[in-house]
Design a protein around this ligand. Sequence first.
Ligand SMILES: *Cc1c(COP(=O)(O)O)cnc(C)c1O
Length: 234
Amino acid sequence: MNAARAQEIRDNLERVRERIAKAEMSAGRSPGSVTLIAVSKKMPADDIRAAIALGQRDFGENYAQELRDKRVELDGEDIRWHYIGPLQSNKVRYVAGHTALLHTIDSVELLEETNRRTLDGQTQDCLLQVNVGGEVQKRGIAPSRLGQLLDAFATADRLRCVGLMTIPPIGDDAERVRPIFAELRALLEREAKVSREHVALSALSMGMSQDLEVAIAEGATLVRIGTALFGERR
Ligand SMILES: *Cc1c(COP(=O)(O)O)cnc(C)c1O
């Protein structure tokens, strides 16, 4: 890879790590309590290698086949893959059992298909994607149906639901998304009090390049950062 690109990724990663550390501190949260997921969708494997060389381990992908291809290309690297894109039933086989965390379960059908596609003896950790903003076009389960979907994990013995994820409306400024992040956290706290089989809620996946500070202030444990690390996607 060319040296300028490697340097760019190094500078970006350093800046993002500083932003996270500062946000943790001002929120009174312990250093390292937020995991940075480097969203590498549409970026070449060499960019991922450059970030790995700088100690980055968690990578997020949006397209099931792209994730599969990169898994093969980067076989042997110490990577924790996160699937953060829309999940279609016919693509579940590319990600189930192959990702450290699957962020986008939003229906009983997907849950069941993911359980079916995970191998015996494996446990696939999952998050439920919640449509907190209530936009019609967006994926994610309505907050009112969250309890029901969590109950459905009882019969999914290869899955474990560890938390919630949300994507706020596009184009909103960071302050306008604060209530959405706060609501996701409130939902997590409420549902974490309910004891359910295969469910142990603690993770909150929220916050992207624009709004990671607000997300961390509102309790994010995982932030998904693409543009601020790898630049604009073509
Ligand atoms: C692309 C994407 C990101 C990264 O967004 P940036 O604004 O580039 O940081 C995070 N989460 C999801 C679900 C995405 O699709």
